[in-house]
Design a protein around this ligand. Sequence first.
Ligand SMILES: *Cc1c(COP(=O)(O)O)cnc(C)c1O
Length: 381
Amino acid sequence: MKDQTRVIHSIPSDPLTGAISVPIYQTSTYVQQAPGVHKGFDYSRTNNPTRQVLENLIAVLEGGSHGFAFASGLAAIDAVIKSTLKAGDEIVAIDDIYGGAFRLFSQVYTGFGINVRYVDTQNPDLLEAAVSPATKIIWIESPTNPTLKISDIRAISAIARRKGVLLCVDNTFATPVSQNPLALGADIVVHSATKYLGGHSDLIAGLVVVDSAALAEKVKFIQNASGGILAPFDSWLVIRGIETLGLRIKQHSENAMAVAGFLASHPKVNKVFYPGLSTHANHSVAVTQQRYSGGMVSFTLKPDTIAAANTVVTSARLFKLAESLGGVKSLSCHPATMTHKSIPAAMRIESGITDSLIRLSVGLEDQEDLIADLELALSQV
Ligand SMILES: *Cc1c(COP(=O)(O)O)cnc(C)c1O
């Protein structure tokens, strides 16, 4: 079976009633015939049939053996760290990491004796040098938020193997339709299913996939012990979102490519960050590990000021100003004053998030309308 057929038919019809849509098992507990004698379900923190369909589905999509669903992307990340590290261990993470993961690593785990080092993983040599005997896990994202940096997952997984440490890839931006980190040598994949997997800006969810029974047992233990599980209804929403993921990613990518091309030739635009452009610093790596360039585009303006960016994001009509990404409606975000405002200006600019940087989540509207919207917004600068 080809990809889209495989995805759609990995979602089972209900064995009990034949319902073509996965039933929402809105239940906390399950009747037992005798103590410990039941149909595989005893309590919904431990296991729930609707959540189980989603967990099996994401495992199939990522080419792993086991999937796990959590109440948010951060709950999924938290479960991975709790499953694999203890006090005295160290994380080596990409410097351009998602802000919420940075806060969790730097402000929560350090209090439990887990050390974190941040490194520019676009350069595998820098990464290799940062791995110490205490390192237990390498944590990367590719592409990153908001500057769309690409790291070479194959090269990094080879380093992880050599050093005997785990590699976890946050695959939120690429999605399994575009990139499969396990096939590139990673040990663990995490997703904020809030973004493209859900796809409609109507839920918060997180997923973990592994391809080893030993790792699966650890994640399963923490999922049940810490209890940050995804509810049945939200599990159903993610399943429903995944049914059209293939179509959506294809169209998000086509629209984003058109938007990136338009921006690249606009006189008021300084730089465009999009892995699909041949001018992207790691375009050659992106094409070896991603099937699509994705729906996220970032760009800076001439002049490179907060005021200019403010004009663009408030003048656009179709690109709604909001945090988050990956939904059918196009969104814009101004990292310097929104998602990254807590980072000191000098540090923020050093990492490429200059004052005028605007991040677009290119939605599924018609390309011509999206470009006309940006044209109008840019004319106000
Ligand atoms: C949004 C996001 C997260 C966090 O997910 P939540 O569902 O908001 O908890 C983690 N990683 C990346 C790359 C994200 O974009």
